[in-house]
Write a protein that binds this ligand. Structure first.
Ligand code: XUL
Ligand code: MN
Length: 345
């Protein structure tokens, strides 16, 4: 199997303006069409969408107008040789989503969140795809006593069922993250996501998207999280990146903080033949704030290059020697083997 069989994807938010909570944007906005051109030139086939990336201003459009605009986007992508990967309802930026959407304490906001998610299904279908990514951004609390976790779990399940009911084709990949922007999220890990999916009306249509940094923020090993989802046939996308410890979600270049951890993620994907599943490898990475506009896609090129180098490293790993170490229960020798392999030219 050639390394080229991996399909790579990005979202427009991966070519950002460098704003952080303490400072304004430092680079000009990159027009959406230029994001698509950058994707083509960097060798990314897939485009990930928030619903309003695909259909700007969708809150002010009728359902049929939304479909019309999304169909035009579908044609634009096809003309450029690009493929849409998924649509994620962007609940976390709208005033109705201020206290979360599905788990808001305001019933009107909860209703809005479900309606907006159904429109995201319409957008996906009009783009010719069936995958909805659910990142439950503000579905949680910063004041523990402000929401009832039992009710919130049911509300999350209700939202999943409403999306599934919108179309028999719709599939949901839940992208859990334990914190940020909230202090404690209600669906913080892959285990929670898969458990909710299993309790849904159609468990076959609920899987997960694993972001490396989100697993690390939960104190978990991303490759083990991926293995858990792969064992269940539920790893429907990945957001590879890196994270330097327990702080805000850094979206660092894949492998930048923990190259061995990145190797392990590629290894588990390779061992499950993830590429053959047709699922995309996405990089949810951000350019550093210091980066100048003319080279503000370098983080994407580096992440993909590191991934492909690590595919080679996985394929050239001395598996037979490793197995001897395992059989002898000589894990110190295995440790040395892995480190020497990673250090070798
Ligand atoms: C947030 C995050 C999102 C999702 C898509 O941390 O990862 O960008 O990937 O909505
Ligand atoms: Mn992500």
């Amino acid at each position: 199997m050639a390394a080229a069989s991996y399909r790579f994807s990005i979202g427009p938010w991966n070519i950002g303006r460098g704003a952080d909570p303490f400072g304004p944007p430092v680079r000009p906005q990159v027009a959406f069409d230029d994001v698509l051109k950058a994707a083509v030139s960097l060798g990314f086939e897939g485009i990930q969408f928030h619903d309003d990336d695909a259909v700007p201003d969708l809150e002010n459009l009728s359902p049929s107008q939304i479909v019309h605009v999304a169909e035009a986007m579908r044609r634009k992508l096809a003309d450029m040789g690009l493929t849409p990967e998924f649509v994620a309802p962007r609940l976390w930026e709208h005033p109705h989503g201020i206290d979360g959407g599905y788990t808001s304490n305001d019933p009107a906001a909860r209703k809005w969140a479900i309606e907006r998610s159904k429109r995201a299904v319409d957008v996906a279908l009009a783009l010719g795809i069936d995958l909805i990514v659910m990142w439950p951004a503000r579905e949680g609390t910063s004041v523990r006593e402000s929401k009832n976790p039992i009710e919130a779990s049911q509300q999350m399940l209700d939202a999943i069922n409403a999306i599934l009911a919108e179309s028999p084709k719709a599939r949901i990949a839940i992208e859990p993250k334990p914190n940020e922007p909230v202090d404690h999220a209600f669906v913080p890990t892959i285990g929670h996501a898969l458990s909710l999916g299993a309790r849904s009306q159609d468990p076959r249509r609920v899987g997960v998207l694993i972001e490396s940094a989100h697993a690390i923020l939960a104190g978990l090993d991303p490759s083990d999280e991926m293995g858990f989802a792969l064992a269940a046939g539920k790893l429907w996308s990945v957001h590879l990146n890196d994270q330097n410890g327990l702080k805000f979600d850094q979206d660092k270049v894949f492998g930048a903080a923990n190259l061995r951890g990145a190797f392990d993620q590629v290894r588990v994907l390779e061992s499950a033949n993830y590429a053959a599943s047709g699922a995309f490898v996405g990089f949810d990475v951000k350019a550093q704030r210091t980066q100048k506009a003319e080279s503000a896609t370098a983080h994407l090129a580096t992440s993909k290059a590191v991934f492909l180098r690590l595919v080679e490293k996985v394929r050239s790993f001395p598996n037979a020697t490793a197995q001897q170490c395992i059989t002898a229960r000589d894990y110190e020798a295995l440790e040395r083997l892995v480190l020497e392999h990673l250090l070798s030219a």
